[in-house]
Every structure is written in C-alpha cells, then in structure tokens.
Ligand binder design. Structure first.
Ligand code: AMP
Ligand code: MG
Length: 399
C-alpha cells in the first residue's frame, strides 16, 4: 500500500515534460501552458497619466480663493502642451499629465466659472496621478515559463503588446472505459447493464485541463479487446487513461493487457475512494489506470492524473491550494485510509465558512460529486466533530 502522497510522488517522477512548442495568437492561448518566460519590452503605463476626469494643476498654485484659467484640454490618446503658469488643463482619465503639472483635481471638487475653475479645497502634489511604470517596468518578467494561461494572463500579455505567445503543444490524452455492463447513453438499458458515466466525466476532466481528448469509447472485459484498445490508443496519444478493470479480479484485464504491450506498476493506495491506480508505458505513451467506481475515477483523476498531466503539459503549478474550513457535519468512523469526502461549503450564521458532508459517501454515488464543491481531506484515522477545522480542497482548484 502506498499513501496518497507517495503515489503522487511516484507519478510525478515519471512525468516527462513535453518538448514540442508552438506559437499561438494571444487571444487563442486560453488554457495553454507558456513554454518560455515573457519579459516586457515596455513600461506600463508608459507615461504619468490622469486617474480621473478633472483638471491637471500645479499643487503649489492652487488656492481656494484664486480661480485658475483653463488653458488647454487633453483627452486620452492625445499629448498636451506644457502647463502654462497659473493655469489648469482640462484632462480626462488615461490622458498624459502635461509637463509642469503635478496633480489632478477631480471635476467634482471644482466649480467651473466660464473659462476658469475654483477649487474647493487644497490640492496634494501627486493626487490622482497614475505613475509611469506603476504596473510594469521595461525588462520585468511578467509571466514565468510554465504558467497556465487564463483570461488574466491573456490581458496582461496584451497590455505589454504581445500579439502571440510561445506555448507547449497540446497534450493528447486517449481514454476508454472497461466493462461488459456499460451502455452508452442514447441506448436502452438491458437487465444487468448501467450507463457508462466515466467516459463523460473523463471527457470533461481531460478537456478542462486543455488536453486533446481522444475518445475510444467502452471496451468489453476481454484480454484481446483490451490489448487492441491499448494498441490503438498508444499510436494516437501521449497519455492513455482508462477506468475500471484494474483490480485483480478474473474480469479485470487491464493490468495483463498493459504488461503484454509494455510495462506496468499497479499500486494499492491507502485512500478512499479509489484503491487501485496503475501506471505504465506502452511505447512512448504513458498509461494511467483509474478505478471503475465513478466517484473513485473522479477523485483519482483529480488528485493524481491531473497533476501528472499538468507536469507533462509543462505547467509548474501542480498541486491545489488546500484551505482550512470549519466542519458542519461529524465523521466518526476513523478509517485506515486517507479519505476524500465530498463536501459543500456555505457561510454559517456567524459569518464563518463551514463545510457540510454529503450524507452518502459511497464511491458509486455520483450525485455527491455534483452536490459538493470540494473534497474534505481527512488523514488516516482522523475523525471529525462539528466545529473542528478540516482541510478542504475546492473542486475549482482541481478543474
Ligand atoms: P471495476 O473497477 O471495473 O471493478 O468497476 C467497479 C465498479 O464501477 C463497478 O460497479 C462497475 O460497474 C462500475 N463502473 C466501472 N466502469 C464504469 C463506467 N465507465 N461508468 C459507470 N460505472 C462504471
Ligand atoms: Mg469492470
């Protein structure tokens, strides 16, 4: 038996970072992994500029009893002239501060009288000025290599003028489910059959990570079918992920099939849900075998396959942020395995964040994964009383 942490280390040690990279337009880079750090060639903002609609002035010239002549008008995108002595420049948000001015007075704090303004209060030098470089200095690294690009990163890259970004190529992940009992939604169930849900869960998980999903459907529980599916997968994908058939029962052929084509390690993991997890290689393709129980497949993908794939994709942030949250349910069965219970957070009456547990924690109950918004992470033997602080991993850290 491995602990969950040991299994993750084993997997990450085996993850080879992609080498192939490509350049994509910045607007098309969502979900990609940056293959090289980005340095800004410019200072942002390039010039001191106004944070407000108002009047650019010299603070020392501002007196509430002395009106100032409005000597020019500067809109965003236009350069003004040097500020004339004892005058103010009408200025708008984002417009460059004219030479000589050292403050901007909000228009709400001025009384306009014809071509002059009167100030209602003294003005501090520097007021309402956004300084050149307060965001980014030329030469600064704005995005390190290995960054997963989201909306904020795309905007930041554009703000320094980057029209394209170097990224790792997309990782190709093939998946198939195993089991004679599986039927694809859209067909009627015969006695003894169940719908194949793992195919869909894996489709979502793989694509959420930004990988190309190669769908190999469901495979019957025979050695030959499993070998054939793995062979197909290995020619198309960087990583093969399967669900089910990975235990050591007579109907479990995945281990033998991978061993026939390549190498495999099968680990029992001291965690619930999701005991057996396998890793292997078939040619250049990696193989990860997840358990068949739907909640186990979801949990082991999120906690193990996800960081493996992220490292493979070139990402550097592999582990989720874990929070500490107050328990609103109790959990008194002290287990011999680490448990990842499905829980949902809410704000309690006293304003603190608390987490409730889904009442049925069976590894077949998929409803729990939709009801919940994260895992409560319990150490081996840990019990929970209402009010205890527990570790909580939000699903949005994993998806
Ligand atoms: P296995 O790991 O193959 O022994 O499967 C464990 C349990 O998960 C069994 O109850 C299976 O019927 C169920 N199961 C396996 N694969 C799937 C799947 N793709 N969709 C839904 N349930 C599954
Ligand atoms: Mg099975």
């Amino acid at each position: 038996m491995l602990t969950a942490d040991q299994l993750l280390d084993e997997l990450l040690n085996r993850a080879r970072v992609l080498t192939a990279t490509e350049t994509v337009a910045t607007e098309a880079a969502l979900g990609r992994v940056l293959a090289d750090a980005r340095i800004s060639a410019i200072t942002v903002p390039p010039l001191d500029n106004s944070a407000m609609d108002g009047y650019a002035v010299r603070a020392a010239e501002c007196h509430t009893d002395q009106p100032l002549l409005v000597s020019q008008r500067i809109a965003a995108g236009h350069m003004g002239e040097s500020l004339q002595i004892a005058s103010a420049a009408r200025i708008f948000t984002g417009a460059p501060i004219p030479q000589g001015a050292d403050a901007v007075v909000m228009q709400e704090h001025c009384i306009v009288e014809g071509n002059t303004i009167r100030l209602q209060s003294p003005v501090k030098p520097g007021a309402n000025i956004r300084r050149a470089g307060e965001d980014i200095m030329a030469g600064a690294e704005i995005l390190p290599s290995g960054t997963r690009i989201g909306a904020a990163h795309m905007g930041l890259a554009a703000s320094v003028g980057l029209a394209s970004l170097p990224v790792y190529r997309r990782l190709k992940v093939a998946s198939f489910s195993t089991g004679d009992e599986l039927v694809q939604p859209g067909k009627a169930l015969q006695p003894g059959q169940i719908y194949n849900s793992n195919r869909y869960t894996l489709a979502g998980l793989v694509q959420t990570l930004g990988c190309v999903w190669i769908d190999l459907g469901a495979v019957p529980d025979t050695l030959n079918d499993t070998v054939a599916a793995l062979q197909r997968a290995a020619t198309q994908a960087d990583v093969i992920i399967t669900s089910g058939g990975v235990s050591v029962g007579e109907e479990d052929h995945v281990k033998a099939a991978v061993a026939r084509l390549g190498t495999i390690d099968l680990w029992k993991v001291a965690m619930k849900p999701g005991k057996p997890v396998a890793f292997g290689r078939i040619g250049e393709a990696d193989f990860i075998g997840l358990p068949g129980n739907p909640v186990s497949a979801f949990a082991t993908f999120s906690l193990f396959a996800r960081p493996f794939l992220l490292k493979r994709m070139g990402a550097t942030q592999l582990r989720p942020t874990v929070y500490r949250v107050r328990a609103a349910s109790e959990w008194l069965k002290s287990g011999e395995r680490r448990e990842f219970l499905r829980g949902r957070t809410q704000i309690a009456d006293d304003g603190e964040l608390e987490v409730q547990l889904y009442p049925n924690q069976s590894s077949g109950v998929l409803t729990s994964t939709v009801w919940a918004n994260g895992f409560v992470d319990l150490e081996i033997g840990q019990t929970v009383h209402i009010g205890d602080m527990v570790k909580f991993i939000p699903f949005n850290e994993l998806l």
